[in-house]
Design a protein around this ligand. Structure first.
Ligand SMILES: C[S@@+](CC[C@H](N)C(=O)[O-])C[C@H]1O[C@@H](n2cnc3c(N)ncnc32)[C@H](O)[C@@H]1O
Length: 298
C-alpha cells in the first residue's frame, strides 16, 4: 500500500504542468504551517466559506440520491479536492454511509497532518495532489466530488478549466460534483461557458441568512452532474437553474436563490439592483413631468 501511494505521488509529480505550482504549494504550506504554530491546543481547524452543518440541507438531496439509488455500494467513492483540514468529507462519509473518502490537496503540510489524523481509519486516504491532474483517480470513479474553496484558490481561467475538466473525467454519470465558493458572479459565467462543452449540467443554490444586498454573507453552492437523460439543465443558461435529476431528486428552487439570480441577471450584481433603481428614477421623473401632485413612494 505504501509503495503504491509512493508510485502515485511520483507519477503525479512527473506529469503535472508546472505553471503556478510553486505559488500554490508555498502559499498554502505557509498558511497551514503558521496555523499549526499558532495553535498548540489541537484546535487548528480552518473551515473555509461554510461549515458542513450550514450547507448540509442544500447538498443533502444529491448525496442522498447517490447513497440510496446507486447499487454499487462498495464503490461509493467521495473525493475532496483541495480538502485542507475541512471535515466536510468525513461528515458526508459518516452521515451517508459511503464507502471510501479520498482527501487530496497540493499542500504537503496539510496532507501530512491529515494522514496522521486518519491513520486508523481504513476508509480514508490522503494524497498530495494537484487538482489539475488527478490521474490516480480512474475515469468515472467518483460518486461525490467536493470542492470547497479550491476553484477560488486557483489563479486564472486556464487552471480553473483544467480542474473542471478533471472533475468531469472523474465524475461517475450518476454522481455529483459539489462546488462551494465565495459569491462570485464570474464563477457563474465560468460554469455557463464551460459546462455545455464538457457535457455537465449545473445548478446554483445560494446560502445566506438573508438577502446579500442587506449585508448578509452568502456562499454559492454549485451542483454539477453529467448531462444525460436523467440529469439535464433545461435551459442553456445556468442562471435559469432549471436542473433536473429524475426521478430521484425533488429539489425546488428556493426563494433566496431566485431573488439573487433574478437580480444578477438584471443588474449583473448580487448586491445592488442598480439597473432597477435607475428604472425607478426614470419612473419618478416621468411622474413629476406629468403629475404635479405629491410624489408617491415608488
Ligand atoms: C480556501 S482553501 C479550502 C480548504 C478546504 N477545502 C476548506 O473548505 O476548508 C483552498 C485549498 O486548496 C488547496 N489548493 C490550492 N491549490 C491547489 C491545487 N492546485 N491542487 C489542489 N489543491 C490546491 C490549498 O492547499 C487549500 O487547502
Amino acid at each position: 500500500m505504501e509503495q503504491e501511494k509512493q508510485n502515485i505521488k511520483n507519477n503525479m509529480k512527473n506529469t503535472i504542468s508546472s505553471l503556478n505550482n510553486k505559488y500554490y504549494t508555498s502559499h498554502w504550506n505557509e498558511i497551514y504551517k503558521s496555523n499549526n504554530n499558532n495553535n498548540n491546543n489541537n484546535d487548528n481547524k480552518i473551515e473555509w466559506h461554510i461549515t458542513y452543518d450550514k450547507c448540509k440541507q442544500a447538498i443533502d438531496p444529491y448525496i442522498r440520491a447517490v447513497s440510496e439509488h446507486v447499487n454499487e455500494k462498495e464503490n461509493l467513492l467521495v473525493v475532496d479536492i483541495g480538502c485542507g483540514n475541512s471535515d466536510i468529507g468525513v461528515n458526508i462519509l459518516n452521515d451517508y454511509n459511503l464507502s471510501k473518502l479520498l482527501l487530496t490537496d497540493f499542500s504537503f503540510e496539510i496532507i501530512n497532518e491529515i494522514t496522521q489524523t486518519y491513520k486508523n481509519d481504513s476508509r480514508i486516504e490522503a494524497i498530495e495532489a494537484d487538482c489539475r491532474n488527478m490521474e490516480f483517480v480512474n475515469n468515472n470513479a467518483a460518486y461525490i466530488l467536493l470542492d470547497k474553496g479550491t476553484f477560488d484558490a486557483l489563479v486564472g481561467e486556464n487552471d480553473k478549466y483544467a480542474m473542471l475538466k478533471e472533475c468531469k473525467r472523474m465524475l461517475h454519470p450518476k454522481g455529483f460534483f459539489i462546488s462551494i465558493s465565495f459569491p462570485s458572479v464570474q464563477r457563474i459565467k465560468f460554469f455557463e461557458k464551460y459546462c455545455p462543452e464538457l457535457g455537465l449540467a449545473c445548478r446554483l443554490k445560494i446560502i445566506a441568512d438573508g438577502d446579500p444586498a442587506d449585508g448578509y454573507q452568502s456562499v454559492f453552492v454549485f451542483i454539477l452532474g453529467v448531462q444525460n437523460e436523467n440529469c439535464t439543465t433545461t435551459s442553456s443558461s445556468t442562471m435559469n437553474y432549471k436542473f433536473n435529476y429524475k426521478p430521484m431528486i425533488n429539489d425546488p428552487v428556493d426563494e433566496l436563490t431566485t431573488l439573487c439570480l433574478d437580480r444578477i441577471e438584471y443588474s449583473g450584481s448580487l448586491y445592488t439592483n442598480k439597473a432597477e433603481e435607475d428604472a425607478k428614477e426614470d419612473g419618478k421623473l416621468m411622474q413629476n413631468l406629468f403629475d404635479d401632485s405629491e410624489e408617491d413612494d415608488i
